[in-house]
Design a protein around this ligand. Sequence first.
Ligand code: NAD
Length: 497
Amino acid sequence: MTTHEKLQFIAGERRHGSSDTELTIIDPSTGEPITTGLAAATGDVDAAVAAARAAFPGWSRTTPAERSDIMLRWAEVLRSRSTELTALESRNGGKAIKLADGFDIPGVIDNVTFFATTARNLEGKASGEYSGDHTSSIRREPIGVVGSISPWNYPLQMAAWKILPAVAAGNTIVLKPSELTPLTSLLFAETAKEAGVPDGVVNILTGAGRIAGQALIEHPDVDMVSFTGSTPVGKQVAAAAAGSVKRVHLELGGKAPFVVFDDADIEAAARGAVAGSLINAGQDCTAATRAYVQRPLYENFVRRVAELMDEVKVGPADDTDTDMGSLISLKQRDQVAAMVDRARDSGAKVVRGGRIPKHTPTAGAYYEPTLIVDATQDSEIVQQEIFGPVLVVLPFDTDDEAITLANDTPYGLAASAWTQNVYRAQRATREIQAGCVWVNDHIPIISEMPHGGYKASGFGKDMSTYSFDEYTNVKHVMSDITGEAHKGWHDLIFGRH
Ligand code: NAD
């Protein structure tokens, strides 16, 4: 273990935090420390924002092609360091290495290449003489300094979803990753520098949400706040940003429904439910957490999901045979366990799991794949985010009932509908209130398409050109083309000729 690693990246260099709070970054598979370092204090926030502000004029005036070239080089650097990134992402998050290798790191590299091309495609209305006497045109401009905050579940992907559209559009950024998982975000900033991103364009602050995070959001020289995390913290972020009327982008919690109609391919649905609920040990904001299954399929669906869950290998993140690693921390594991215990105490039945596995290291944050039935719609386990490897299955009778149940939580991030009937599928995609509705699948995402929520899951989009646009201001430029001193509309205000 290294002691006192530099956990800040400000103005192109790694620095020690200036607080006296020591952070220990843990490998949650083993409970062992990976490294330690000093957390960011408000002085570090000031330094990072100043670096981003100083870099803004130069970066915002590079041409789209120049930014794009640098970002394409960045993708090459990431490819050349992908083994190192994969190992670090897996170790810091307890994430099965096959998931980091097959999803997290390639997803980030694809995002870099996507936003490299997006930088060169600014969208707007056609210029024209809409008034007759003026030419109107649209300028799409970077906003300035973006302050971003990201969570621990997909540390590098969440950092990339914030950093990439911002810098592609010509902004500079200060990102505060979760204090549990800053290591790949720091490495990401180093790879940006290696690729030629100028110093100060990307800055990383490692520190507590309530200190460094809060100071970043409230900083007078930050122009926009983008946040991914839980709904309660998202509310605090929005309230803090309101003080200085900053643009806010919020990607918050989810409680995705998984609706299985009675004509669905039950094997496909059962496999989809296991993969969709256990990905990243269930610590996925779009994870399938509530399966509603039409009564004729209900018993067989539950039986098949239970069989498939028995096949899932839970173990250390770095073992290539591991399907599901640990949770992010013992605290998170204990919260999940307590929620399952409360569900059991209130009459729900735990069909599989619901325990800490016996064969895993005791200091690791493991929990068994868990399947729950007989919970009520209004119970905590159905209404609240679990963020652990837990699937709850409930029956329904009519299509209308399924849609009502699917929409009956505060969240609206993602959902899926399973059916072979095109009319049912179309109706479900129209009626379900969520930012993404899959049909006969659950989880896949793609750089070209937006990711973001409805309702308490927030607003704003990550990935896609929708996200890029959020990191720009739209300016209308209206130029008189008559050259006349007396314009017809002046008569509404004064004089007459
Ligand atoms: P969290 O809300 O506890 O923390 C997120 C980030 O906010 C962390 O960096 C934390 O340090 C910071 N923070 C905490 N309090 C703060 C404050 N008062 N001011 C400023 N910053 C503060 O979330 P988490 O536990 O790290 O992540 C899990 C949550 O993230 C889940 O709710 C999950 O659904 C959500 N999430 C959403 C998406 C999405 O795209 N919608 C993606 C991933 C995760």
